[in-house]
Design a protein around this ligand. Sequence first.
Ligand SMILES: [Zn+2]
Length: 304
Amino acid sequence: MDSLKNMDMMKLMEDCRTQEECRAILEELRWKDGVRCPRCGSEKVSRIRKRFQYDCDSCRYQFSVTSGTIFHDSHLPLPKWFAAVFLMCEAKKGMSALQIKRTLHTGYQTAWYLCHRIRAAMMEDAQKKLGGTVEIEETYVGGKARRWRPRSQKSAVIGIRQRNGDLRMIHAEDTKSETVREIIKANVGGHVEVIMTDESAIYPWALDKIEKKKHQTICHAKEYVAGDVHTNTVESAFSLLKRGIVGTWHKVSAKHLAAYLDEMCFRFNNRKNPYLFRDTLVKLIQTPNLEYKELTAQQAEPAA
Ligand SMILES: [Zn+2]
């Protein structure tokens, strides 16, 4: 849908103003080749105009374009959904539920739930492994910014960035070599040419034999760049993350950290994608509903 290319605020206000306009956009994105019953796949469906619903002639299932998607059962008008998606695609450092609440005039709980559902859809599935020149770094987030906290109370994040390519940020249980090795294995492919890290003791143990031959380190105590050897591109992603956590989200609980990291990476990796808004909407209609109680389920681990 070309009208959704390079979405900006003015276009959003003109083209996604009403429930009907938004619904029509979703219908086109979900059913490019005609409406299908989400339950049995039949194409024989009749439209129930009054309720914006469809009735399957084969299995009698009544559905709408939002049935079975993350929009399902939401009482929030679609234009507000669209505006929230737009804002979350645009905000480099992320949008807090509080900002969404104020901007869209919703209750706080509604805004919070809305942000989490959009974030869930932003998760990248089936990611290809990184190659070429890859930088790996670890950082620690969480805890109150103004007070020094021991690292054990903070959450570890491993950042892996392919130069001129994609970024991954993973919430690591700890920074033991075995843990980091698993993360590297899952994200860095055999086609990697160079692996750059600082002189942290983690990496020599976390890399396998072949990877070790490709390993170059920069001694951060002495210098940050030595020729081509640096981890600056992953560092800059970390600084965006930290500004996001301090400035926008204030406190990210350990439970939701992975989702925030995915959101940041998704936005970062799509920074040149003119169809980011459209693609996010597509992900929303492909993602099954996320229950509020699932999000708020108590976890034993302490908040970071
Ligand atoms: Zn059916």
